[in-house]
Design a protein around this ligand. Structure first.
Ligand SMILES: Nc1ncnc2c1ncn2[C@@H]1O[C@H](COP(=O)(O)OP(=O)(O)O)[C@@H](O)[C@H]1O
Ligand SMILES: [Mg+2]
Length: 275
């Protein structure tokens, strides 16, 4: 008798287990009735949610609904006008090394090599040049840029530049990665590969990810939960739990019935809003 099949956990029971772990976990991030106004105009109001350690949250919503504003509060670039925003149970007082931001524009230094770009965030940390380069080499390998450490940004494709930007953020070992439409400027095939890489890197680094996108497919593929923000609702959002089989980065998940069903639900919710 083949014992391996009876002992193996099915993908369903594995993801159930992951869901149980997530439920019992302490939140790494919590918004409690957060409001933000610009010049007396509310952009976010009474926004409350929490994110567990190791979760991937993707954020969808029309332009101007406040996605970047929300991410900027988590990053510490903006202070809420009301309510509480907490990371690790501490009120967010400003930017910190525990939160790394990956921008849509690659934000690389053109005059620095890949390894110097990656090591940049370590310069202020008191590490020797040799230690910085060792981390840069490790991070270059983690994002699939081995062999390109001495190249300059102009010698890289868009996808490779974004990998370099990612490696630079990862070098600081943030526990939360904040990503604002990071793959909007790369072609579809590269984008799918990068999505799969993100999930692989997430498994390796165990970081928590908040990821803004305009692509429903990208949102569902990456997420444990999708938050769908709606224009004019000032931070009220619909939440979709994604329960796809492990490994989550498998391209097969793009054709899984759960993937297709959630994609349809989100699409219908968005359409209902637009009409
Ligand atoms: N610095 C600012 N000053 C005034 N209003 C702003 C500023 N930044 C953003 N806003 C406004 O806040 C709202 C939300 O913006 P944003 O968070 O960038 O939306 P999204 O990222 O979802 O497209 C928009 O109406 C935008 O015009
Ligand atoms: Mg934005």
């Amino acid at each position: 008798m083949d014992m391996s099949s009876s002992l193996a956990l099915s993908p369903q029971s594995l993801s159930q287990k992951a869901a149980d772990v997530a439920r019992s976990a302490k939140p790494i991030l919590r918004f409690d009735q957060v409001g933000l106004e610009y010049d007396g105009r509310d952009v976010l109001k009474d926004l409350s949610f929490s994110v567990n350690r190791g979760e991937v949250i993707t954020i969808l919503g029309p332009s101007g609904c406040g996605k970047t504003t929300m991410l900027n509060i988590v990053a510490g670039f903006l202070q809420p006008s009301s309510g509480l925003a907490l990371v690790n149970d501490r009120e967010i007082a400003g930017p910190g090394p525990d939160r790394g931001v990956v921008f849509q524009s690659y934000a690389l230094f053109d005059w620095m090599s890949v390894e110097d770009n990656i090591a940049f965030s370590l310069r202020c940390g008191g590490k020797s040049k040799q230690e910085q380069l060792a981390v840069a080499t490790e991070m270059a390998a983690l994002v699939g840029l081995q062999g390109f450490e001495k190249s300059f940004p102009y010698q890289l494709s868009g996808g490779m530049r974004q990998r370099c930007g990612l490696a630079r953020v990862l070098a600081a070992h943030p526990s939360v990665m904040l990503m604002d439409e990071p793959f909007a400027a790369v072609d579809v095939q590269t984008r799918e590969t990068l999505q799969e890489e993100i999930l692989r890197i997430k498994t390796e680094t165990k970081c928590t990810i908040i990821f803004i996108t305009h692509s429903i497919d990208e949102a569902v593929f990456l997420a444990d939960r999708v938050f769908l923000m709606r224009k004019g609702r000032l931070g009220a959002f619909d939440e979709f739990v994604v329960d796809l089989p492990e490994p989550r980065g498998s391209a097969d998940n793009r054709l899984h019935p759960e993937f297709l069903s959630i994609r349809e639900k989100i699409y219908r919710t968005m359409r209902a809003d637009a009409s």
